[in-house]
Ligand binder design. Structure first.
Ligand code: RB5
Length: 150
């Protein structure tokens, strides 16, 4: 079975305390990570990192993307502006699973201020281990048609 290996990773300043811990965890369970920032200690703007991670997915430089901001909302709004990308903010393990299984999301967005480190790691793991179910592909096709038309 195909296993996702390469991950594109991006955070804003809200995740400064947890970003290395999340990366270490993902590496410890076998994933390769390319970190697109933010790597500083000051304040930054989450759309900059959403764009970099989304581009890495579109160019197939990475298989899946991880974006963390304060809530996961800003990152998903920004990433979803890029044509061809499906990003989902996931609030628990169930939404993490369904975002992959039903929505075909290629990027999971999480909130550093709305979830614990353990929850964030667990949601990412579930998201990465869940396969898309083909029966939902007609809906994804419709989303892509909307994207083209409007
Ligand atoms: C930054 O303070 C905060 O607005 C950002 O991390 C995020 O929560 C936006 O959705």
């Amino acid at each position: 079975m195909y296993k996702i290996k390469k991950l594109a990773f991006g955070t804003d300043h809200s995740a400064t305390e947890i970003r290395d811990k999340v990366k270490n965890y993902l590496q410890s369970i076998g994933y390769e990570i390319e970190d697109f920032g933010f790597n500083g200690n000051t304040s930054c703007d989450y759309p900059d990192f959403a764009l970099k991670v989304a581009k890495a997915i579109l160019s197939k430089r990475a298989d899946k993307g991880i974006l963390i901001c304060g809530t996961g909302i800003g990152m998903s709004i920004a990433a979803n502006k890029i044509k061809g990308v499906i990003a989902a903010t996931c609030w628990d393990k169930n939404t993490a699973k369904l975002a992959a299984q039903h929505n075909g999301a290629s990027i999971i967005c999480l909130g550093s201020r709305t979830a614990t480190l353990d929850d964030i790691c667990y949601r990412i793991k579930i998201f990465l281990e869940t396969q898309f179910e083909e029966r939902h592909s007609k809906r994804i096709k419709k989303i892509k048609e909307i994207e083209k038309k409007y």
